[in-house]
Ligand binder design. Sequence first.
Ligand SMILES: *Cc1c(COP(=O)(O)O)cnc(C)c1O
Length: 423
Amino acid sequence: MKKKPFVTKEKLEEIVREVPTPFHIYDEAGIRRNCEAIKKAFAWNKGYKEYFAVKACPNPFLIKIMKEYGCGCDCSSLTELMLSQAVGCVGDDIMFSSNATPAEEFQYARKYNAIINLDDFTHIAFLEKATGDLPKKLSCRYNPGGVFKISNDIMDNPGDSKYGMTKEQLFEAYKVLKEKGVKEFGIHAFLASNTVTNEYYPLLAKVLFETVVEIKEKTGVEISFINLSGGVGIPYRPDQEPNDIQEIGEGVRKVYEEVLVPAGLGETAIYTEMGRFMTGPYGGLVTTAIHEKHIHKEYIGCDACAVNLMRPAIYGAYHHITVMGREDAPCDHMYDVTGSLCENCDKFAIDRMLPKIDIGDLLFIHDTGAHGFAMGYNYNGKLRSAEVLLKEDGSYRVIRRAETPKDYFATFDEYDMYDKLFV
Ligand SMILES: *Cc1c(COP(=O)(O)O)cnc(C)c1O
């Protein structure tokens, strides 16, 4: 499928007059359409709720849009909890799925009645010690170990991942929690990442549902919510077939009716914690080609770099690039498209066939709506970019301003460095 930016060249040129590149832009209409589709796909389950994985795109303006569709927040740190609370998500609207959790974060999560998802058996005692007692409602994270295989080319390795409890620990955890007076129980597992297949959730559901039936038989504990977590992928490459959320929802329903309903667990709520699938395709990084360089290879140097989008640099992730205004031009030039970090891995594309790029051209780097801006950092003294929302009516709004040098110097407050040096 041909990948097309959700914004026109003319619109970007208008925005660039006010907001210099680089910036991330988000598509409100796309996010809303997707929320509707997810709601519909899981409407068969009375208790269904999506907890948006805040880490994927921690912008309160976007979280607020998703909240309109009943989405809560999945948090894993103090500031993510604060962000959720700031947009009005508290109590059952927050899932706190963290690991190696500091005591203060458990305390904060308890203060706002977030649903806590315990990553380890030892966290029962740790949470009790940190917060004085245990909440009435708790969830446990399961790691079945081994290799989780979906098809020949999609698999992941839970046996190698640091998250969750073994099956024995999980069963023991529910027993202990029940003895300690916990009344409502959940289960959670995240077994594979960025799965571009409709089979992942149904296969994961089968593992979890069968485990839930076994828990009921062996411990008498009835699980009331099952959290399928994240991992639903998006097609970063043009030749990938996008997931069909309707089919995914139906797949989960089938397993639900096969496994849970006959076991008398037909009231169990299904939760999801999707991040990438919620915002990934509805974000793009807009950058200007500011240099070309002809040495042993052909290079295009951009004003964005890996601090704005880290995925290509750290795991060679593919992000499609559109040269704005050259959508239909032949891809007859091979380029490395680079940023300006003093790191040779700072390349958005390597040996990529693209239309001829001229200095001043706007490049649209696709699918940066999740794990894009969010993974940003300040290496090389680079500053974080702005974030812009392309609204449904075609107008735009800056939903986060770009950092300035003053922001960079703000943490040297003891020395008043910025004021002394520059004012
Ligand atoms: C990262 C994460 C998610 C979201 O994952 P996606 O692949 O973005 O859908 C959900 N839950 C937990 C606990 C996570 O760590």
